[in-house]
Write a protein that binds this ligand. Structure first.
Ligand code: PBG
Length: 298
């Protein structure tokens, strides 16, 4: 395992000189664009090749328009990274939950997400992100048909060479809790069970991955990571595509909470967790531990 397999998540927020700590995720911040650039210089110097960018917009509305605003927060962050740290690979998280006032990953009709009406907005978001400098777009919404919709919109927009990293087997997980603090994206009613997967289902995970590959996904992801190593193992063996695992916010928060109590050795547990995710088949790992692990592995 080397730092070359890590992707570091970043949370871009409006303003100047802002570094707002996320309480449940020690060492993780909401960063204004100038601070994102500083962070990216550090990440790059540590030998980590890529970042994934999330956004906390100025305002939210029912249709998540901040997500596909060409001057939106993620678009500005991507553009700044492209200018200032050109050697870093830029991945954009393509979803609407950070931009909707109800916190769901798509537009809502009768208190449930309208899958098909959401597709066009996700496609628009992906094209806007590619235009702003995303090298890869990563849809995390789990709407059915979104990879195909995004692929055709990217192709039509002149981005036929922009690959799609699909959050293909994304489970409806309690381990996303701290992320929703970081991104202020908790659903205001209901939950994500109508679009994210039931943690008990393994074969459904495989079907979701197959569908995304058929629709044109270039890389697939399993999320969360540690509680889903069986899914990861099978995904890599069965499909053979470049396969990512997302060690999510709750996995990171657990390590920190236990270490803060003196209940486990943070450094050993961090490296062990990443090693086991790698062993289970991850070609690359999205992790908040990327900077710590890069230092430990140096
Ligand atoms: C957006 C998204 C989420 C995460 C990544 N993209 C939150 C969610 O689905 O609720 C979670 C990442 C993490 O917990 O670290 N849909």
């Amino acid at each position: 395992m080397t730092p070359e397999i890590f992707v570091y998540p970043l949370f871009a927020c409006p303003g100047e000189g802002i570094r707002k700590p996320v309480p449940s995720m020690p060492g993780v911040y909401n960063l204004s664009v100038d601070q994102i650039v500083e962070e990216c210089l550090e990440v790059h110097a540590l030998g980590i090749p890529a970042v994934i960018v999330f956004g906390i917009p100025e305002g939210k509305d029912a249709v998540g328009s901040g997500g596909y605003d060409d001057d939106g927060i993620v678009q500005r962050a991507l553009n700044a990274i492209r200018q200032e740290v050109p050697g870093l690979l830029r991945i954009a998280d393509t979803c609407l939950c950070e931009y909707t006032d109800h916190g769901h990953c798509g537009v809502v009709e009768n208190r449930d997400v309208d899958n098909d009406r959401t597709l066009a907005l996700l496609a628009r978001t992906a094209v806007s992100q590619a235009r702003a400098g995303a090298d890869v777009v990563a849809p995390s919404d789990m709407m059915d048909g979104r990879v195909a919709a995004i692929r055709s919109a990217l192709d039509a927009g002149g981005f036929e060479r922009t690959p799609i990293l699909s959050y293909a087997a994304k489970y409806c997980s309690a381990f996303y809790g701290p992320f929703r603090d970081a991104a202020q994206s908790a659903p205001q009613f209901g939950d994500r069970r109508t679009y994210q997967m039931d943690p008990a289902n393994h074969r459904e995970g495989m079907r979701e991955i197959r569908a995304d590959i058929q629709e044109g996904a270039d890389m697939v992801m399993v999320k969360p990571a540690m509680p889903y190593l069986d899914v990861l193992w099978h995904a890599k063996r069965r499909f053979g595509l470049p396969t990512a695992a997302y060690q999510v916010s709750g996995e990171y928060a657990m390590l920190h909470a236990a270490a803060a109590n003196g209940w486990l050795d943070f450094e050993r547990a961090a490296i062990e967790s990443l090693t086991c995710i790698r062993r289970a088949g991850a070609d690359f790992i999205l992790t908040y531990l990327a900077k710590d692990a890069a230092r430990l592995l140096a």
